[in-house]
Design a protein around this ligand. Structure first.
Ligand code: NAD
Length: 480
């Protein structure tokens, strides 16, 4: 297939994300023939690098994956560096001139992707200068890739969107939520829609409860100062967890019709039942902070450098969500995420209702990371003369070899942006509506300072209060 010529301008080109994820992803696209040979990349950031040094950084970042040094060299030759301060209008003119030279040199036809791999506080200023200094072309496409966080609350997200919309309309904006680029998350539609077994049973009549767990073993590390202004609800729940919820709870949509996907995900995110009172919060929400564990040499969260000694920021969050939708009436969606837990895992558990009181219902486990695969617990017969029912587990996990062949999250998403495919991005209305739930939590926490903060030992599976949350309805966390 003919690939489109393309210029990528990477803001934050000297940063950690660019070297760790973005250059390897772009290289894989190049190596696999998914990127036109007519491409160039301008890296820009504050440091005074030159092209040669930039290319050496790029080559280092792909050293483990390049099939040959020659190919790595050839790829890196498409990279150019221009130092730049986001606030300096003059620098955008230099960027524009370089972009025009490269456009002519590589016959790029004016196709441009601007990747903002910088702090979101710079998004408005860069975006405004791209317009005022005429870096967008009339001859090709102009697209913007940005990463979370999209605002700190709904009001700031709306303001950010307004500022970006001065330069880019929504059809040009690609908001990366890298969970949506994961193999198993993308496979959810195949699993759900293409199996009669699940397609017809994915509703309140057959499903008892759903559990979405995003567990991390790391603490706040050197991000404590930032983290203390964010907490897990803004860092992991507003985006990744609620996006997974939208993918899991949506009705069948046309996989290849962007509008259908957006409509369904937005329908879920705009129908999350909000806690109304402090009592609702006490019954449906648990927030927690980790405390020291000498055996893992973890400090109390409150003793981490950069954390206020009286901080109420949550490093753990669990909640029972309900959706104001007839097909999910009465079905709890339990979500949880936290730092310094006993395991690093992203897992979705779907517990089906039992056929009768003698047997357990089916249980579908979808493992998104670090292992990729599925387990389905069904009722079968115990081996022997008697006809006793006993559960067995059918499972499929992808091998290392399979995974080698699977594109990385960023590789997939950058490719989809080049193809102008918005299917696996976080759309504006989803982002805006996801903030409604998070904002309500913070309003109630602020106006009711006595709402408890549970503590949990670093390295444990989380606070006991999160077990009690499920216990009340006779449930338990299926991932322990
Ligand atoms: P980083 O601190 O390593 O890099 C930041 C980049 O911004 C550097 O290239 C720096 O030179 C540039 N920069 C800073 N101030 C500038 C200025 N005034 N003018 C021009 N350039 C300037 O950060 P990172 O880890 O690469 O992350 C980049 C962004 O991506 C972050 O803001 C974060 O929100 C987001 N993000 C990162 C990750 C990750 O895994 N690292 C994951 C998700 C989202």
């Amino acid at each position: 297939m003919e690939r489109q010529p393309l210029l990528i301008t990477m803001f934050g080109a000297t940063g950690d994300l660019a070297a760790r994820k973005l250059y390897p992803a772009i290289f894989q696209l190049y190596q696999n023939g998914h990127l036109s040979k007519n491409f160039a990349l301008i890296g820009t950031a504050r440091r005074e690098w030159d092209d040669d040094y930039f290319r050496s950084v790029v080559k280092d970042s792909i050293a483990n994956i390049a099939e040959s040094e020659k190919l790595a060299e050839e790829f890196a030759s498409h990279f150019y560096y221009q130092s730049h301060d986001v606030n300096d209008a003059e620098h955008y003119i230099k960027l524009k001139n370089l972009a025009e030279q490269l456009d002519a040199k590589y016959a790029l036809q004016g196709n441009r992707i601007f990747y903002f791999s910088v702090s979101p506080k710079f998004f408005p200023i860069i975006s405004a200068h791209l317009k005022s200094e005429h870096l967008l072309t009339d001859t090709g496409f102009n697209r913007l890739i940005i990463e979370k966080p999209f605002g700190h609350d709904q009001a700031s997200a709306i303001e950010l969107q307004r500022q970006l919309n001065d330069t880019f309309d929504e059809s040009q904006i690609f908001r990366i939520d890298h969970y949506l680029g994961k193999e198993i998350v993308q496979a959810m539609t195949n699993i759900r829609f293409d199996n009669m077994l699940f397609n017809k049973t994915w509703n309140k009549d057959f499903i008892d409860n759903v559990q979405i767990s995003l567990m991390e073993t790391v603490g706040v590390e050197d991000r404590a100062g930032y983290y203390d202004t964010s907490g897990v609800t803004r860092d992991m729940i507003q985006n990744h967890t609620l996006q997974l919820l939208a993918v899991i709870a949506s009705k069948e949509f046309d996989k290849h019709a962007e509008e259908s996907i957006k409509f369904e995900k937005n329908r879920i995110l705009s129908n999350i039942k909000l806690p109304e009172t402090p009592e609702d919060m006490a019954n449906t929400v648990v927030r927690g902070q980790y405390c020291a564990n000498p055996s893992t040499q973890t400090k109390n969260y409150l003793d981490e450098e950069g954390v206020a000694h009286d901080s109420k920021t949550e490093t753990y969050f669990a909640a029972k969500l309900e959706l104001n939708l007839p097909e999910w009436e009465g079905v709890p969606f339990y979500i949880r995420s936290g730092k310094s837990l006993n395991q690093k895992a992203t897992v979705i558990d779907v517990q089906f209702k039992p056929t009768n009181s003698q047997h357990e219902g089916n249980h579908l486990r979808i493992e998104v990371a670090p292992h990729l695969g599925y387990q389905l617990k069904i009722n079968a017969k115990e081996i022997g003369y008697e006809c006793h029912t006993a559960p067995i587990v059918l499972s499929h996990y992808y091998s290392e070899e399979d995974l080698q062949a699977s594109p990385d999250d960023y590789e997939r998403l950058i490719f989809e942006c080049i193809e102008n495919n918005h299917e696996h991005f976080a759309h504006w209305h989803e982002v805006k509506n996801a903030w409604v739930y998070i904002d309500r939590l913070h309003e109630l926490w602020q106006s009711n300072p006595d709402l408890p903060i549970a503590s949990y030992t670093a390295g444990s599976h989380g606070p006991q209060e999160a077990d009690a949350l499920l216990d009340r309805l006779g449930h338990k966390w299926l991932l322990q």
